[in-house]
Design a binder for this molecule. Sequence first.
Ligand code: UD1
Ligand code: CA
Length: 482
Amino acid sequence: MKNAAIVLAGGQGKRMKSERPKVLCNVLGEPMLEWVLTACESSEIEDICVIKGWHGEMLDEYISARRSQANIVTVLQEDQLGTGHAVMQAKDYLEQFTDSSVLILNGDAPFIDAATIKDALEFHTEHDCSVTVVTARLENPSGYGRIIRTDTGISGIIEHKDCAPYQLAINEVNSGCYWFKTCDLLEVLGEITNNNAQGEYYLTDCIELLISKGKTADAYMSRNPSVALGANDRRSLLALNDVARSEIICKHLDNGIEFCCTDGVSIGNTVTIGQGTVIHSGVILRGNTTIGENCVIGNNCILENTTVGNNVNLNNVQAYDSTIDDDVKIGPFVQLRPNSHIKRGVKIGDFVEIKNSTIGEYTAVAHLTYIGDSDVGANVNFGCGVVTVNYNGDKKFRTTIGDNAFIGCNTNLVAPVRIGKGAYTGAGSTITKDIPDNALAVERGKEHIKEGYALSKLHNRIEKYEQIKKENEEQESEGGKK
Ligand code: UD1
Ligand code: CA
Protein backbone atom coordinates (compact mmCIF):
# COMPACT_ATOMS: atom_id res chain seq x y z
CA MET A 1 0.00 0.00 0.00
CA LYS A 2 1.53 3.26 -1.13
CA ASN A 3 0.77 6.50 0.65
CA ALA A 4 0.92 9.73 -1.32
CA ALA A 5 1.07 13.35 -0.22
CA ILE A 6 -0.47 16.56 -1.46
CA VAL A 7 1.31 19.81 -0.69
CA LEU A 8 -0.79 22.97 -0.91
CA ALA A 9 1.33 25.66 -2.48
CA GLY A 10 -1.04 27.55 -4.74
CA GLY A 11 -1.61 30.69 -2.71
CA GLN A 12 0.05 33.94 -3.68
CA GLY A 13 0.47 34.99 -0.10
CA LYS A 14 -0.47 38.61 -0.85
CA ARG A 15 0.53 39.72 2.65
CA MET A 16 4.10 38.52 2.00
CA LYS A 17 4.45 41.22 -0.72
CA SER A 18 6.87 39.05 -2.68
CA GLU A 19 7.37 38.49 -6.40
CA ARG A 20 7.63 34.77 -5.75
CA PRO A 21 4.92 32.42 -4.46
CA LYS A 22 4.84 32.47 -0.67
CA VAL A 23 6.09 28.89 -0.30
CA LEU A 24 9.35 29.88 -2.01
CA CYS A 25 10.10 32.43 0.73
CA ASN A 26 13.10 31.27 2.75
CA VAL A 27 13.46 30.08 6.30
CA LEU A 28 17.15 29.79 7.18
CA GLY A 29 18.08 30.10 3.53
CA GLU A 30 15.78 27.30 2.27
CA PRO A 31 12.32 27.84 0.75
CA MET A 32 9.49 26.76 3.07
CA LEU A 33 8.44 24.30 0.35
CA GLU A 34 11.87 22.65 0.60
CA TRP A 35 11.41 22.01 4.33
CA VAL A 36 8.00 20.47 3.67
CA LEU A 37 9.18 18.27 0.77
CA THR A 38 12.17 17.11 2.83
CA ALA A 39 9.86 16.11 5.70
CA CYS A 40 7.69 14.12 3.23
CA GLU A 41 10.70 12.39 1.74
CA SER A 42 12.16 11.61 5.18
CA SER A 43 8.91 9.89 6.08
CA GLU A 44 9.33 7.65 3.05
CA ILE A 45 6.49 9.05 1.00
CA GLU A 46 7.29 8.27 -2.60
CA ASP A 47 4.57 10.16 -4.46
CA ILE A 48 3.94 13.86 -3.96
CA CYS A 49 1.57 16.18 -5.77
CA VAL A 50 2.23 19.90 -5.32
CA ILE A 51 -0.70 22.24 -5.98
CA LYS A 52 0.63 25.29 -7.76
CA GLY A 53 -1.22 28.51 -8.52
CA TRP A 54 0.07 32.04 -8.66
CA HIS A 55 3.40 31.96 -10.59
CA GLY A 56 3.19 28.17 -10.76
CA GLU A 57 6.02 28.15 -13.31
CA MET A 58 8.39 29.20 -10.52
CA LEU A 59 7.40 26.13 -8.52
CA ASP A 60 7.93 23.88 -11.55
CA GLU A 61 11.35 25.42 -12.06
CA TYR A 62 12.27 24.95 -8.41
CA ILE A 63 11.07 21.35 -8.27
CA SER A 64 12.77 20.30 -11.48
CA ALA A 65 16.10 21.78 -10.34
CA ARG A 66 15.86 19.89 -7.05
CA ARG A 67 17.32 16.45 -6.42
CA SER A 68 14.09 14.75 -5.35
CA GLN A 69 13.87 11.35 -3.75
CA ALA A 70 10.13 11.14 -4.44
CA ASN A 71 8.12 11.31 -7.67
CA ILE A 72 6.85 14.87 -7.59
CA VAL A 73 4.17 16.17 -9.95
CA THR A 74 2.47 19.55 -9.95
CA VAL A 75 -1.18 20.36 -10.63
CA LEU A 76 -2.41 23.85 -11.43
CA GLN A 77 -5.11 25.57 -9.40
CA GLU A 78 -6.06 28.48 -11.69
CA ASP A 79 -7.97 30.54 -9.14
CA GLN A 80 -7.07 30.30 -5.51
CA LEU A 81 -10.46 29.75 -3.93
CA GLY A 82 -9.28 28.08 -0.73
CA THR A 83 -7.52 25.00 0.62
CA GLY A 84 -10.50 22.73 -0.14
CA HIS A 85 -10.60 23.98 -3.72
CA ALA A 86 -6.84 23.37 -3.96
CA VAL A 87 -7.26 19.70 -3.05
CA MET A 88 -10.17 19.38 -5.54
CA GLN A 89 -7.64 20.07 -8.32
CA ALA A 90 -5.84 16.85 -7.38
CA LYS A 91 -8.96 14.68 -7.76
CA ASP A 92 -7.55 12.71 -10.70
CA TYR A 93 -4.24 12.28 -8.93
CA LEU A 94 -5.99 10.95 -5.82
CA GLU A 95 -7.91 8.35 -7.86
CA GLN A 96 -4.62 6.40 -8.13
CA PHE A 97 -4.42 5.95 -4.36
CA THR A 98 -7.98 4.98 -3.38
CA ASP A 99 -6.88 1.94 -1.37
CA SER A 100 -4.61 3.93 0.96
CA SER A 101 -4.41 7.17 2.92
CA VAL A 102 -3.13 10.49 1.70
CA LEU A 103 -1.11 13.04 3.63
CA ILE A 104 -2.05 16.68 3.09
CA LEU A 105 0.39 19.42 4.05
CA ASN A 106 0.46 23.21 3.91
CA GLY A 107 3.43 24.43 1.91
CA ASP A 108 3.74 27.43 4.23
CA ALA A 109 4.27 25.49 7.48
CA PRO A 110 7.92 24.43 7.25
CA PHE A 111 8.46 22.71 10.62
CA ILE A 112 6.40 19.61 9.97
CA ASP A 113 8.73 16.70 10.69
CA ALA A 114 9.02 13.06 9.70
CA ALA A 115 8.41 11.77 13.24
CA THR A 116 5.12 13.66 13.48
CA ILE A 117 4.04 12.45 10.03
CA LYS A 118 4.82 8.81 10.90
CA ASP A 119 3.33 8.92 14.41
CA ALA A 120 0.18 10.56 13.07
CA LEU A 121 -0.16 7.81 10.44
CA GLU A 122 0.20 5.18 13.16
CA PHE A 123 -2.54 6.91 15.18
CA HIS A 124 -4.68 7.23 12.04
CA THR A 125 -4.36 3.51 11.27
CA GLU A 126 -4.77 2.31 14.85
CA HIS A 127 -7.94 4.36 15.38
CA ASP A 128 -9.20 3.53 11.90
CA CYS A 129 -9.92 7.22 11.29
CA SER A 130 -11.33 8.69 8.16
CA VAL A 131 -9.31 11.80 8.89
CA THR A 132 -6.60 12.53 11.46
CA VAL A 133 -5.69 16.17 11.96
CA VAL A 134 -2.23 16.98 13.31
CA THR A 135 -2.57 19.62 16.01
CA ALA A 136 -0.43 21.60 18.39
CA ARG A 137 -1.06 23.72 21.45
CA LEU A 138 0.14 27.29 20.94
CA GLU A 139 0.54 30.10 23.45
CA ASN A 140 -0.80 32.47 20.84
CA PRO A 141 -3.29 30.60 18.62
CA SER A 142 -4.37 33.76 16.81
CA GLY A 143 -4.94 33.26 13.09
CA TYR A 144 -5.09 29.45 13.21
CA GLY A 145 -8.06 27.11 12.88
CA ARG A 146 -9.25 25.92 16.34
CA ILE A 147 -9.84 22.24 17.13
CA ILE A 148 -13.22 21.36 18.59
CA ARG A 149 -12.71 18.25 20.72
CA THR A 150 -15.51 15.81 21.71
CA ASP A 151 -15.52 12.75 23.97
CA THR A 152 -14.84 10.49 21.01
CA GLY A 153 -12.60 12.59 18.80
CA ILE A 154 -13.19 15.95 17.18
CA SER A 155 -16.29 17.53 15.72
CA GLY A 156 -14.62 20.07 13.48
CA ILE A 157 -12.17 22.91 12.95
CA ILE A 158 -13.29 26.53 13.14
CA GLU A 159 -11.19 29.12 11.35
CA HIS A 160 -10.09 32.09 13.46
CA LYS A 161 -12.29 34.48 11.47
CA ASP A 162 -15.35 32.26 11.97
CA CYS A 163 -14.83 31.69 15.70
CA ALA A 164 -17.35 32.76 18.31
CA PRO A 165 -15.64 34.69 21.13
CA TYR A 166 -15.60 31.65 23.46
CA GLN A 167 -13.94 29.54 20.73
CA LEU A 168 -11.11 32.04 20.36
CA ALA A 169 -9.85 30.87 23.76
CA ILE A 170 -9.14 27.37 22.41
CA ASN A 171 -5.38 27.01 22.00
CA GLU A 172 -5.20 23.64 20.27
CA VAL A 173 -4.82 24.52 16.59
CA ASN A 174 -4.86 22.88 13.18
CA SER A 175 -1.31 22.52 11.85
CA GLY A 176 -2.57 22.15 8.27
CA CYS A 177 -1.24 18.56 8.19
CA TYR A 178 -3.80 15.75 7.85
CA TRP A 179 -4.02 12.05 7.01
CA PHE A 180 -7.20 11.22 5.07
CA LYS A 181 -8.47 7.88 3.85
CA THR A 182 -8.26 8.75 0.19
CA CYS A 183 -11.62 7.27 -0.82
CA ASP A 184 -13.42 9.07 2.02
CA LEU A 185 -11.78 12.37 1.09
CA LEU A 186 -12.85 11.94 -2.54
CA GLU A 187 -16.40 11.26 -1.42
CA VAL A 188 -16.82 14.60 0.41
CA LEU A 189 -14.49 16.95 -1.53
CA GLY A 190 -17.20 17.97 -3.98
CA GLU A 191 -19.61 18.82 -1.17
CA ILE A 192 -17.53 21.63 0.36
CA THR A 193 -19.14 25.07 0.02
CA ASN A 194 -17.72 28.57 0.47
CA ASN A 195 -20.30 29.72 2.96
CA ASN A 196 -17.96 31.31 5.56
CA ALA A 197 -16.31 34.55 6.68
CA GLN A 198 -13.67 34.42 3.92
CA GLY A 199 -15.89 33.10 1.10
CA GLU A 200 -13.37 30.27 0.55
CA TYR A 201 -13.66 26.51 0.09
CA TYR A 202 -12.12 25.28 3.34
CA LEU A 203 -10.49 21.84 3.36
CA THR A 204 -11.29 21.75 7.07
CA ASP A 205 -15.01 21.48 6.23
CA CYS A 206 -14.34 17.88 5.14
CA ILE A 207 -14.26 16.95 8.80
CA GLU A 208 -17.89 17.82 9.53
CA LEU A 209 -18.96 16.30 6.21
CA LEU A 210 -17.22 13.02 7.04
CA ILE A 211 -18.72 12.94 10.52
CA SER A 212 -22.19 13.55 9.05
CA LYS A 213 -21.65 10.37 7.01
CA GLY A 214 -20.87 8.41 10.17
CA LYS A 215 -17.11 8.38 9.74
CA THR A 216 -14.51 8.99 12.46
CA ALA A 217 -12.44 12.13 12.74
CA ASP A 218 -9.75 12.55 15.35
CA ALA A 219 -6.76 14.71 16.18
CA TYR A 220 -3.17 13.71 16.87
CA MET A 221 -1.27 16.29 18.91
CA SER A 222 2.35 16.54 17.81
CA ARG A 223 5.12 16.49 20.40
CA ASN A 224 6.69 19.32 18.42
CA PRO A 225 4.51 22.44 18.84
CA SER A 226 6.41 24.21 16.05
CA VAL A 227 4.74 21.98 13.43
CA ALA A 228 1.79 24.33 13.38
CA LEU A 229 3.77 27.50 12.84
CA GLY A 230 3.08 29.02 9.45
CA ALA A 231 4.03 32.24 7.72
CA ASN A 232 1.44 34.47 6.09
CA ASP A 233 3.49 37.71 6.12
CA ARG A 234 7.06 38.93 6.57
CA ARG A 235 6.71 39.30 10.32
CA SER A 236 5.66 35.69 10.79
CA LEU A 237 8.39 34.60 8.35
CA LEU A 238 10.99 36.35 10.51
CA ALA A 239 9.45 34.70 13.58
CA LEU A 240 9.86 31.30 11.87
CA ASN A 241 13.50 32.11 11.13
CA ASP A 242 14.03 32.96 14.79
CA VAL A 243 12.36 29.76 15.95
CA ALA A 244 14.42 27.65 13.53
CA ARG A 245 17.59 29.49 14.40
CA SER A 246 17.26 28.98 18.13
CA GLU A 247 16.10 25.36 17.84
CA ILE A 248 19.16 24.51 15.75
CA ILE A 249 21.52 26.37 18.10
CA CYS A 250 20.02 24.48 21.06
CA LYS A 251 20.62 21.18 19.27
CA HIS A 252 24.31 22.11 18.81
CA LEU A 253 24.57 23.26 22.44
CA ASP A 254 23.39 19.81 23.47
CA ASN A 255 26.13 18.31 21.29
CA GLY A 256 28.87 20.23 23.13
CA ILE A 257 29.30 23.19 20.82
CA GLU A 258 30.15 26.50 22.50
CA PHE A 259 28.45 29.74 21.44
CA CYS A 260 29.95 32.94 22.86
CA CYS A 261 27.07 35.10 21.69
CA THR A 262 24.41 34.02 19.23
CA ASP A 263 23.79 37.47 17.72
CA GLY A 264 23.62 37.09 13.95
CA VAL A 265 24.42 33.36 14.13
CA SER A 266 22.47 31.36 11.59
CA ILE A 267 23.07 27.65 11.01
CA GLY A 268 21.34 25.63 8.31
CA ASN A 269 19.33 22.55 9.06
CA THR A 270 21.82 20.10 7.57
CA VAL A 271 25.07 21.52 9.01
CA THR A 272 27.11 19.30 11.37
CA ILE A 273 29.60 20.57 13.99
CA GLY A 274 32.06 18.56 16.10
CA GLN A 275 32.31 18.68 19.88
CA GLY A 276 34.43 21.40 21.46
CA THR A 277 34.10 23.79 18.55
CA VAL A 278 33.42 27.43 19.43
CA ILE A 279 31.13 29.57 17.29
CA HIS A 280 31.39 33.36 17.60
CA SER A 281 28.83 36.00 16.70
CA GLY A 282 27.74 36.71 13.13
CA VAL A 283 28.63 33.22 11.88
CA ILE A 284 26.47 31.90 9.02
CA LEU A 285 26.77 28.21 8.12
CA ARG A 286 24.79 27.09 5.11
CA GLY A 287 24.07 24.11 2.90
CA ASN A 288 26.14 21.00 3.15
CA THR A 289 28.71 22.33 5.63
CA THR A 290 30.56 20.09 8.09
CA ILE A 291 32.89 21.33 10.82
CA GLY A 292 35.21 19.10 12.86
CA GLU A 293 36.13 19.15 16.55
CA ASN A 294 37.85 21.87 18.58
CA CYS A 295 37.67 24.54 15.91
CA VAL A 296 37.20 28.25 16.49
CA ILE A 297 34.84 29.77 13.94
CA GLY A 298 35.43 33.45 14.59
CA ASN A 299 33.24 36.47 13.97
CA ASN A 300 31.39 36.93 10.71
CA CYS A 301 32.48 33.73 9.01
CA ILE A 302 30.23 32.50 6.19
CA LEU A 303 30.72 28.87 5.22
CA GLU A 304 28.63 27.34 2.46
CA ASN A 305 28.94 23.70 1.35
CA THR A 306 32.34 23.62 3.00
CA THR A 307 34.09 20.83 4.91
CA VAL A 308 36.31 21.90 7.79
CA GLY A 309 38.63 19.49 9.67
CA ASN A 310 39.64 19.53 13.35
CA ASN A 311 41.53 22.30 15.21
CA VAL A 312 40.86 24.87 12.52
CA ASN A 313 40.82 28.56 13.38
CA LEU A 314 38.85 30.88 11.09
CA ASN A 315 38.37 34.61 11.55
CA ASN A 316 36.22 36.66 9.17
CA VAL A 317 36.47 34.01 6.45
CA GLN A 318 34.01 33.38 3.65
CA ALA A 319 34.29 29.93 2.07
CA TYR A 320 32.15 28.39 -0.65
CA ASP A 321 32.22 24.77 -1.89
CA SER A 322 35.67 24.24 -0.43
CA THR A 323 37.62 21.91 1.87
CA ILE A 324 39.81 22.96 4.80
CA ASP A 325 41.90 20.21 6.43
CA ASP A 326 43.04 19.91 10.07
CA ASP A 327 45.17 22.49 11.93
CA VAL A 328 44.62 25.31 9.45
CA LYS A 329 44.50 28.98 10.48
CA ILE A 330 42.79 31.48 8.17
CA GLY A 331 41.93 35.16 8.43
CA PRO A 332 41.00 37.84 8.89
CA PHE A 333 39.21 38.89 5.68
CA VAL A 334 39.84 35.89 3.46
CA GLN A 335 37.66 34.48 0.71
CA LEU A 336 37.86 30.87 -0.47
CA ARG A 337 35.93 30.62 -3.71
CA PRO A 338 34.58 27.31 -5.02
CA ASN A 339 36.80 24.28 -5.32
CA SER A 340 39.60 25.37 -3.03
CA HIS A 341 41.36 22.72 -0.97
CA ILE A 342 43.47 23.99 1.92
CA LYS A 343 45.63 21.19 3.27
CA ARG A 344 46.80 20.48 6.77
CA GLY A 345 48.70 23.11 8.76
CA VAL A 346 48.34 25.90 6.18
CA LYS A 347 48.34 29.52 7.41
CA ILE A 348 46.45 32.13 5.41
CA GLY A 349 46.57 35.74 6.57
CA ASP A 350 44.66 38.91 5.83
CA PHE A 351 43.15 39.95 2.48
CA VAL A 352 43.81 36.73 0.60
CA GLU A 353 41.56 35.26 -2.09
CA ILE A 354 41.85 31.66 -3.24
CA LYS A 355 39.87 30.10 -6.07
CA ASN A 356 39.83 26.64 -7.64
CA SER A 357 43.22 25.83 -6.14
CA THR A 358 44.97 23.36 -3.88
CA ILE A 359 47.29 24.74 -1.20
CA GLY A 360 49.75 22.11 0.04
CA GLU A 361 50.51 21.24 3.67
CA TYR A 362 52.11 23.87 5.91
CA THR A 363 52.22 26.49 3.16
CA ALA A 364 51.96 30.13 4.29
CA VAL A 365 50.05 32.80 2.40
CA ALA A 366 50.33 35.63 4.88
CA HIS A 367 48.95 38.76 3.21
CA LEU A 368 47.31 40.45 0.23
CA THR A 369 47.53 37.60 -2.24
CA TYR A 370 45.39 36.13 -5.02
CA ILE A 371 45.79 32.46 -5.87
CA GLY A 372 43.49 31.27 -8.66
CA ASP A 373 43.53 28.03 -10.69
CA SER A 374 46.73 26.88 -9.00
CA ASP A 375 48.31 23.74 -7.60
CA VAL A 376 50.57 24.77 -4.76
CA GLY A 377 52.91 22.28 -3.05
CA ALA A 378 53.83 21.85 0.62
CA ASN A 379 55.77 24.34 2.75
CA VAL A 380 55.65 27.09 0.13
CA ASN A 381 56.06 30.67 1.37
CA PHE A 382 54.18 33.49 -0.34
CA GLY A 383 55.46 37.01 0.27
CA CYS A 384 53.04 39.90 0.53
CA GLY A 385 51.06 40.82 -2.59
CA VAL A 386 51.58 37.78 -4.83
CA VAL A 387 49.18 37.46 -7.77
CA THR A 388 48.61 34.44 -9.97
CA VAL A 389 47.69 35.98 -13.30
CA ASN A 390 45.30 33.26 -14.42
CA TYR A 391 43.14 35.01 -16.99
CA ASN A 392 44.10 36.64 -20.27
CA GLY A 393 40.63 38.10 -20.87
CA ASP A 394 39.67 35.05 -22.86
CA LYS A 395 40.90 31.85 -21.20
CA LYS A 396 41.99 30.74 -17.73
CA PHE A 397 45.32 28.97 -17.17
CA ARG A 398 46.87 27.09 -14.26
CA THR A 399 49.89 27.87 -12.14
CA THR A 400 51.90 25.07 -10.53
CA ILE A 401 54.23 25.71 -7.61
CA GLY A 402 56.52 22.96 -6.29
CA ASP A 403 57.15 22.07 -2.63
CA ASN A 404 59.34 24.43 -0.58
CA ALA A 405 59.26 27.23 -3.18
CA PHE A 406 59.62 30.81 -1.95
CA ILE A 407 57.59 33.42 -3.86
CA GLY A 408 58.94 36.94 -3.27
CA CYS A 409 56.70 39.91 -2.42
CA ASN A 410 54.69 41.36 -5.28
CA THR A 411 55.45 38.55 -7.67
CA ASN A 412 53.11 38.15 -10.67
CA LEU A 413 52.97 34.54 -11.84
CA VAL A 414 51.62 34.70 -15.38
CA ALA A 415 49.89 31.38 -16.11
CA PRO A 416 50.38 28.89 -17.56
CA VAL A 417 53.59 28.73 -15.57
CA ARG A 418 55.42 26.20 -13.41
CA ILE A 419 57.61 27.12 -10.45
CA GLY A 420 60.03 24.32 -9.59
CA LYS A 421 60.49 22.73 -6.18
CA GLY A 422 62.52 24.92 -3.85
CA ALA A 423 62.69 27.73 -6.46
CA TYR A 424 62.78 31.41 -5.45
CA THR A 425 61.35 34.48 -7.19
CA GLY A 426 62.77 37.95 -6.55
CA ALA A 427 60.39 40.55 -5.10
CA GLY A 428 58.48 42.49 -7.77
CA SER A 429 59.16 39.96 -10.53
CA THR A 430 56.64 39.20 -13.27
CA ILE A 431 57.32 35.56 -14.03
CA THR A 432 56.26 34.31 -17.45
CA LYS A 433 58.68 31.41 -17.95
CA ASP A 434 58.86 28.13 -16.02
CA ILE A 435 61.48 28.12 -13.24
CA PRO A 436 63.52 24.95 -12.71
CA ASP A 437 63.81 23.31 -9.27
CA ASN A 438 66.00 25.21 -6.78
CA ALA A 439 66.60 28.16 -9.17
CA LEU A 440 66.13 31.89 -8.48
CA ALA A 441 64.21 33.97 -11.03
CA VAL A 442 64.45 37.76 -10.89
CA GLU A 443 62.69 39.86 -13.47
CA ARG A 444 62.76 43.59 -12.87
CA GLY A 445 64.24 46.82 -14.30
CA LYS A 446 67.70 47.99 -13.37
CA GLU A 447 67.70 50.60 -10.55
CA HIS A 448 68.97 54.06 -11.65
CA ILE A 449 70.11 56.69 -9.09
CA LYS A 450 70.14 60.43 -10.02
CA GLU A 451 71.98 62.29 -7.23
CA GLY A 452 70.21 65.46 -5.95
CA TYR A 453 67.40 65.13 -8.51
CA ALA A 454 64.62 65.57 -5.92
CA LEU A 455 65.93 68.60 -4.08
CA SER A 456 64.00 71.43 -5.85
CA LYS A 457 60.67 69.59 -5.46
CA LEU A 458 61.48 68.66 -1.90
CA HIS A 459 61.96 72.33 -0.82
CA ASN A 460 58.42 73.26 -1.90
CA ARG A 461 56.92 70.30 -0.11
CA ILE A 462 58.79 70.99 3.11
CA GLU A 463 57.79 74.70 3.03
CA LYS A 464 54.11 73.80 2.63
CA TYR A 465 54.28 71.32 5.46
CA GLU A 466 55.96 73.80 7.82
CA GLN A 467 53.40 76.49 6.96
CA ILE A 468 50.46 74.17 7.80
CA LYS A 469 52.11 73.00 11.00
CA LYS A 470 52.72 76.63 12.11
CA GLU A 471 49.12 77.67 11.39
CA ASN A 472 47.74 74.75 13.35
CA GLU A 473 50.01 75.44 16.31
CA GLU A 474 48.94 79.13 16.36
CA GLN A 475 45.27 78.15 16.28
CA GLU A 476 45.78 75.70 19.11
CA SER A 477 47.56 78.24 21.35
CA GLU A 478 44.81 80.86 20.69
CA GLY A 479 42.19 78.27 21.64
CA GLY A 480 44.16 77.54 24.80
CA LYS A 481 44.21 81.25 25.86
CA LYS A 482 40.39 81.44 25.65
C1 UD1 B 1 -4.94 27.00 7.10
C2 UD1 B 1 -6.08 26.22 7.79
C3 UD1 B 1 -6.04 26.52 9.29
C4 UD1 B 1 -4.69 26.13 9.87
C5 UD1 B 1 -3.57 26.84 9.10
C6 UD1 B 1 -2.23 26.30 9.55
C7 UD1 B 1 -7.88 26.06 6.15
C8 UD1 B 1 -9.23 26.55 5.77
N1 UD1 B 1 -7.34 26.62 7.24
O1 UD1 B 1 -5.23 28.37 7.27
O2 UD1 B 1 -7.05 25.77 9.95
O3 UD1 B 1 -4.62 26.45 11.24
O4 UD1 B 1 -3.70 26.62 7.68
O5 UD1 B 1 -1.19 26.98 8.94
O6 UD1 B 1 -7.36 25.19 5.51
N2 UD1 B 1 -3.42 27.38 -0.73
C9 UD1 B 1 -3.62 26.93 -2.01
N3 UD1 B 1 -4.73 27.35 -2.69
C10 UD1 B 1 -5.66 28.17 -2.13
C11 UD1 B 1 -5.45 28.61 -0.80
C12 UD1 B 1 -4.33 28.19 -0.12
O7 UD1 B 1 -2.81 26.19 -2.56
O8 UD1 B 1 -6.64 28.48 -2.80
C13 UD1 B 1 -2.21 26.95 -0.01
C14 UD1 B 1 -1.36 28.12 0.40
O9 UD1 B 1 -0.36 28.38 -0.58
C15 UD1 B 1 -0.74 27.63 1.71
C16 UD1 B 1 -1.73 26.64 2.25
O10 UD1 B 1 -2.60 26.31 1.18
O11 UD1 B 1 0.50 26.98 1.49
C17 UD1 B 1 -2.54 27.21 3.42
O12 UD1 B 1 -3.29 28.31 2.94
P1 UD1 B 1 -3.51 29.61 3.81
O13 UD1 B 1 -4.38 30.53 3.03
O14 UD1 B 1 -2.23 30.15 4.29
O15 UD1 B 1 -4.35 29.01 5.02
P2 UD1 B 1 -4.44 29.57 6.49
O16 UD1 B 1 -5.34 30.74 6.50
O17 UD1 B 1 -3.10 29.75 7.07
CA1 CA C 1 -1.06 29.86 6.28
